[in-house]
Design a protein around this ligand. Structure first.
Ligand code: NOJ
Ligand code: CA
Length: 567
């Protein structure tokens, strides 16, 4: 049992990508004052904790995930005073703020890195991973960066020295083996806690330990490079750093720490969570690298649903009584949910709400990504120049290298690009969707006259209002203990395209059934189902032997005693 009750067990989360949320000073870039201005949207939606992607000083090579001063707010987002004001105003409304903590790497513009480059004998050189290249002037080994190309960059002005960057060339990896560096990072974390942040989403944390060697691994791609996960993802020994950080700062506190987790096997996460785990919660990608747009799933969409279902069940069962994972279908590194999970011909209010109900009542912290609550969609580009993201350009080049035509490469990028979710938030039908008065840094999706907050707020049957119904159901006083602490029990697993589960606690049960197919599905019943707590379609047909779920119908009901489903 998760022994201690924590404020965040009952939290409903919302992620803001600040660059694209709300511009207030007419420079086309979202800012912190814009978040403060839109707090009412968040309270109306029923959100109580907000994770903001990085707002620290940055040259923005990776839109803020490359920090050049941990203590300063980037002027494009406003000032440190704006941030304090946001904390205060959000606090008045009962909203807690999480910062994004990027401590696997800094920017090449960080003074530590500059000092290291200016003098490789200075103490700052030991803040980074700097190695001698091979005799022929080639990099120290053939590790590939996660964002494409070599993970090493030659240090100009040196004979043969290189620095490591597991992400873009502008994001040199920090050397966690150096205790002095670790203390500097802990100081900085304490600073932001003192300012009043409630916790952090912790970026790329599974990569802080590197097991470096000079071995040249046999290449796994035409670029001659190799991805060698075991040497820089959850690498042996990482626990010592994570334990130290936990004990230095987070242990026995009320701080919410959500670790970004790209380790693919959930059984390897066990030490990360639980009462003595490194973090409070995990934001993982076990269920995210899949798209319905793949040819094989186009032919059999229900098989796609079943794949995701197995992934979600595995995590839920692992988490029962131990941890509250975050549950999400969208974030700033993924294309939009409807385009990724639902066959194009089926994308509608029904299918979006069916999927939304499926994930929102799982055990854990549900997180909504900005724009998801109004059904924002991907915005494919007609040229690769329409994208700004370096990682996207690298994978486009890689597709060409693998022999794809430019048109085929662009089609793939349009399908999978993470920038799909970074188009400006669509507030209303006015100029630039109410995001800004001037042309924004990244083009607005032209569907904004039909898809926007103002219109949906006024329309009782809109997706936005459906999200409000979901949040208020999760928070209803009577059901809260069951919603929060109920164990997840997967049921009817064999029914293709159906996701069904119980949330059970002390003889009470919530039943969630989601038909994620375009066909009617029958579910076997032993007795009549109680009046649904939430139903995304009008009515729920029952006979004595079965319930009839219409295409993309999701229903949730409450019961005590014997089960109504024949499982
Ligand atoms: C994960 C972040 O979510 C992503 O946006 C970023 O590019 C990398 N970490 C590197 O910081
Ligand atoms: Ca601005």
């Amino acid at each position: 049992m998760t022994s201690k009750m924590k404020w965040w067990h009952s939290a409903i989360g919302y992620q803001i990508y600040p660059k694209s949320f709300q511009d207030t000073n007419h420079d086309g870039i979202g800012d912190i004052a814009g978040i403060t201005q839109r707090l009412d949207h968040l309270t109306d939606l029923g959100v109580d904790v907000v994770w903001i992607s990085p707002v620290n000083l940055s040259p923005m090579m990776d839109h803020g995930y490359d920090i050049s001063d941990y203590y300063q707010i980037d002027p494009s987002f406003g000032s440190n005073e704006d941030f304090s004001e946001l904390l205060a105003k959000a606090g008045e409304k009962g909203i807690k703020i999480l910062m994004d903590l990027v401590i696997n790497h800094t920017s090449t513009e960080h003074p530590w890195f500059k000092a290291a480059m200016a003098d490789l004998d200075s103490e700052y050189a030991d803040y980074y991973v700097i190695k001698e290249g091979r005799e022929n002037g080639a990099p120290p080994n053939n590790w590939r960066s996660m964002f494409g190309g070599s993970a090493w960059e030659k240090i100009s002005g040196t004979d043969n020295k290189f620095y490591l960057h597991l992400f873009t060339v502008g994001q040199p990896d920090l050397n966690w083996e150096n205790p002095k560096l670790r203390q500097k990072l802990y100081e900085m974390i304490r600073y932001w806690l003192d300012q009043g942040v409630a916790g952090f989403r912790i970026d790329a944390i599974a990569h802080i330990k590197k097991i470096y060697d000079e071995k040249i691994i046999s290449p796994d791609g035409p670029d001659g490079l190799a991805t060698v996960w075991e040497q820089y993802r959850n690498a042996c020994g990482i626990g010592e750093f994570l334990k130290e950080m936990r004990e230095a700062i987070f242990a026995d506190s009320d701080v919410l720490t959500i670790a970004e987790m790209d380790v693919p096997d959930p059984d390897q996460w066990l030490e990360y969570f639980g009462d003595n785990g490194y973090f409070s919660s995990i934001f993982d990608f076990y269920h995210t690298p899949y798209t319905i747009q793949e040819e094989k799933y186009q032919q059999d969409p229900a098989a796609f649903v079943d794949l995701l279902k197995q992934k979600l069940y595995k995590k839920q069962v692992l988490a029962n009584d131990r941890v509250f994972f975050t549950n999400f279908l969208e974030n700033h590194d993924l294309s939009r949910m409807p385009d990724r999970l639902i066959p194009q011909k089926d994308i509608s209010f029904d299918s979006i709400t069916a999927w939304s109900m499926m994930y929102f009542f799982l055990r854990g912290i549900p997180v909504i990504y900005q724009g998801q609550e109004i059904g924002m969609r991907d915005y494919p580009k007609t040229s690769i120049d329409g994208y700004l993201d370096l990682a996207t350009h690298n994978s486009y080049r890689d597709y060409l290298l693998r022999g794809l035509t430019p048109a085929a490469a662009l089609a793939k990028i349009n399908q999978e690009c993470r920038e799909n979710s970074r188009t400006p938030m669509q507030w209303d039908a006015g100029n630039f969707a109410g995001f800004s008065e001037v042309s924004p840094w990244f083009a607005v999706n032209p569907n904004y006259p039909q898809v926007n907050v103002a219109w949906q707020a006024a329309e009782p049957d809109s997706l936005l209002n459906f999200f409000k119904k979901m949040t208020s159901l999760r928070k209803s006083e009577k059901l809260a203990p069951l919603m929060i602490y109920g164990r997840t029990v997967p049921v009817l697993q064999e029914v293709k395209g159906l996701v069904a589960y119980y949330r059970e606690r002390e003889g009470q049960r919530l039943v969630v059934v989601a038909n994620l197919t375009a066909n009617m599905q029958k579910i076997p019943l032993k007795k009549a189902v109680n009046e649904p707590l939430l139903n995304n379609l009008p009515g729920f047909i029952q006979t004595t032997a079965y319930g009839e779920l219409q295409p993309y119908q999701s229903v949730i009901w409450y019961e005590t005693g014997g089960e109504s489903l024949a499982t």
